[in-house]
Design a binder for this molecule. Structure first.
Ligand SMILES: N[C@@H](CCC(=O)N[C@@H](CS)C(=O)NCC(=O)O)C(=O)O
Length: 299
């Protein structure tokens, strides 16, 4: 099939245009085409001063007096197209799902949300286990990538969207953000979770909190909170001058700190960071209602 097009002169090059607009099939066609086009310009100098009429026929570009190979750009691959939309499987009331929601919102990262109901154990159903064999929320997919782990999802989304403000590219700064996120998953989340289960989940199930479990965990929790408190004594955010995904990750396990009865009073810098920093972020505030509706005190 023959397709008519107009070529325009730009400097010593001839560039494609249909009435001045670029023609798909030329943009990004690569160096071989670019050099061919320079050649065309030299070959037909008088014509190349203004617009030229040409056509594309099969693999050939024809302009009066010259025939050049035409290389259309590759069609976007399936995985590239799918990479444009991250799918996140979550129930917004859980600690690690809220973390991902608030972090994606902070970064302005687009995603498709798929609800998996935590209370009816959607995360134990075969279709979800195929994505995350751990049977835990959240998880994400991007084309053929299946990605469990809330912190890995935030890191991936940050890179996908170029959110270096919240996940720095500088190696030392990135290492610092990574170490807080690893620390959160390995030690901070499990400790805060003890308070969440005793003071939030058990009352929801009409069970009594077991104070002996809290007493046993308290020294460990205060030790960990002390590490955060010391870090936050000298800066507003955990890593660097601005909020990063490390802040969101570390805040998530204490997201219901009042209901969890976390003893923040002994850690003033940690308390300030949570109440005057994290809780003032619009991205954090937008994720609050879903949590309170599911886990907050019932009327
Ligand atoms: N390290 C995982 C932990 C995920 C996790 O434990 N999620 C909880 C909800 S916050 C869950 O689904 N637990 C499994 C269960 O309760 O059966 C992450 O950060 O994504």
């Amino acid at each position: 099939m023959r397709r008519a097009l107009t070529l325009r002169r730009r400097g010593d090059r001839v560039v494609p245009g249909e009435r001045g607009r670029s023609v798909p099939g030329w943009a990004g066609a690569g160096p071989a085409l670019a050099s061919s086009v320079v050649l065309a310009s030299r070959f037909t100098p008088s014509r190349a001063r203004g617009d030229l009429d040409g056509s594309v026929s099969g693999r050939w570009l024809r302009i009066p007096g010259v025939r050049l190979p035409f290389m259309p750009p590759p069609a976007p691959s399936k995985s590239n197209r799918e990479a444009a939309m991250l799918k996140v499987y979550l129930d917004p009331c859980t600690v690690n799902c809220r973390k991902v929601l608030a972090g994606l919102d902070l970064m302005g990262a687009p995603f498709e949300r798929v609800h998996v109901d935590y209370f009816t154990e959607g995360h134990k159903k075969p279709e979800f286990l195929a994505i995350n064999p751990n049977g835990a929320l959240p998880a994400a997919t991007d084309g053929d990538l299946a990605l469990p782990e809330s912190n890995a999802i935030l890191q991936y989304a940050a890179d996908l969207n170029g959110a270096s403000q919240h996940y720095p590219k500088d190696l030392k700064r990135r290492a610092d953000v990574n170490r807080w996120m690893l620390w959160e998953a390995a030690t901070w989340f499990p400790s805060c979770y003890v308070y969440l289960v005793e003071y939030v989940v058990k009352p929801l199930l009409a069970a009594q909190p077991d104070e002996s479990i809290i007493e046993k965990e308290a020294p460990n929790w205060h030790r960990l909170a002390g590490i955060l408190d010391a870090r936050l004594a000298t800066s507003a955010w955990l890593s660097g001058d601005g909020v990063t995904i490390a802040d969101i990750a570390v805040a998530a396990p204490m997201h219901l700190h009042a209901l969890q009865r976390l003893p923040l009073g002994e850690h003033p810098n940690l308390k300030r960071w949570m109440t005057e920093g994290i809780e003032q972020l619009p991205s954090w505030q937008r994720t609050q209602d879903a949590v309170m509706n599911a886990l907050g005190p019932k009327q």
